[in-house]
Ligand binder design. Structure first.
Ligand code: PLP
Length: 406
């Protein structure tokens, strides 16, 4: 089956009363027939639900669909993309460990990496796809490599196959943030990623009606007690070591669960992920091409443009489109604000992946707390506008940008 058919039919279970959609189990706890039954669930000896902070049938339905789409063995859905990312990394790290990360990152992830320094976890930033610099960053403390499929907002495309190869040659896993690409464009696990994180607040939900995140384990990485002592006795679960420790560990104990209602909203969004991505990527391509051809004084950054630095990697990694985000440099901060304020269709807000087109001035918002070096690495400039392209009729978007740019 192909992507859209799978979205609608794969792994769909028979629901009560013939319902065509999983019900919302808006219940905090789940009663069992006997004390023994409840004890069995707590001891992981019996299938079943006890408390929504640990697991919930509506959330499970969402997790199972994401697992299928990403091609992993299991997923854990969290209260936000940041919760999913924190869990994905902290599940295997302890004080003294180091992360090697692409420097081209979502601002929130940079902030998180700064926060966890207080717990003795250090991040070494490297230029994305700079293999010599990446090789040189490894040492005996390195425990994980991290990058985004398409860096937000730099829009550099990561050669995941190559990065996975390097990580594995040093005996560490690769964690990929696939938010900007989604499993529609890239299945990072097929390219060698071990753990995939998606902020499902964005394209997966699609309509910006709930914050959530989800992480998926490929089950491929061979965890060892020597290198990852925090996995402890979970090592005995083999390919399920990582995900078992997650669900019984930080996910449960820090309370990062998703609400069942938000899982339900995400499942509604998921049904149209393919349709939306197809349209959004097409719109982004047409808008980028038109801007690039029409305005010599505007610099357009989009991985699908022939002049993009990342076109070649994009062509090997992204099979169905080049993503739905582009950035433009308009000459000055003043003009950036003027253009944004003159636009009538896009919302001015700091989000991506909505059905509606969104614009933001990253330097004064999402990247406000970044250092000059971090801004440079993230490709953020004072005159830069990020555009998250929606599913509108592209002629209307072009007309709106024509009026705003003058
Ligand atoms: C939005 C975003 C996140 C964080 O997700 P939240 O759901 O907002 O917590 C992480 N990574 C990327 C690339 C994002 O765009």
């Amino acid at each position: 089956m192909n992507f859209n058919t799978r979205l609608l039919h794969e792994g769909v279970k028979k629901e009560p009363y013939g319902a065509t959609f999983p019900p919302i189990f808006q219940s905090s706890a789940f009663a069992q027939e006997s004390g023994e039954d409840l004890a069995g669930i707590f001891e992981n000896k019996k299938m079943g639900y006890c408390y929504t902070r640990v697991a919930n049938p509506t959330i499970t339905a969402f997790e199972e669909r994401i697992t299928k789409l990403e091609g992993g063995i299991a997923s854990v859905a969290c209260s936000s993309g940041m919760a999913a990312l924190s869990n994905a990394l902290l599940n295997i790290l302890q004080s003294g460990d180091e992360i090697i990360s692409s420097a081209s990152l979502y601002g929130g992830s940079i902030d998180l990496f700064r926060d966890i320094e207080a717990f003795g976890i250090k991040t070494r930033y490297v230029e994305n796809n700079n293999w010599e610099e990446i090789e040189a960053a490894f040492n005996e403390h390195t425990k994980v490599v991290f990058a985004e499929t398409i860096g937000n907002p730099c829009l550099d495309v990561t050669d995941i196959d190559k990065l996975a190869e390097i990580a594995h040659s040093h005996g560490v896993p690769l964690v990929i943030d696939n938010t900007t690409a989604t499993p529609y464009l890239v299945k990072a696990i097929e390219h060698g990623a071990d753990i995939v994180v998606n902020s499902s607040s964005k394209y997966i939900n699609g309509s910006s009606n709930s914050i959530s995140g989800v992480l998926t384990d490929s089950g491929h990485f061979k965890w060892t007690r020597d290198k990852y002592p925090v996995l402890g006795d979970y090592i005995k679960y083999g390919p399920f070591a990582y995900i078992s420790k997650m669900r019984s560990g930080l996910y449960r104990n820090m309370g990062t669960c998703l609400s069942p209602f938000n899982a339900y909203l995400n499942m509604i969004g998921l049904e149209t992920l393919g349709l939306r991505m197809e349209r959004q990527c097409q719109n982004a391509y047409e808008l980028a091409k038109w801007l690039d051809e029409s305005y010599p004084d505007v610099t357009v950054n989009y991985p699908g443009l022939a002049n993009s630095k990342w076109k070649d990697i994009a062509n090997t990694i992204l099979k169905k489109g080049y993503g739905a985000i582009l950035t433009i440099r308009v000459g000055s901060k003043k003009r950036a604000f003027e253009v944004m304020n003159k636009l009538t269709i896009p919302y001015i807000l700091s989000n991506i992946g909505d059905t509606k087109t969104l614009v933001v001035h990253p330097a004064s918002t999402i990247s406000l707390h970044s250092t000059p070096k971090e801004l440079e690495d993230a490709g953020v400039y004072d005159d830069l506008i990020r555009i998250s392209v929606g599913i509108e009729d592209v002629e209307d978007l072009i007309e709106d940008f024509r009026n705003a740019l003058g």
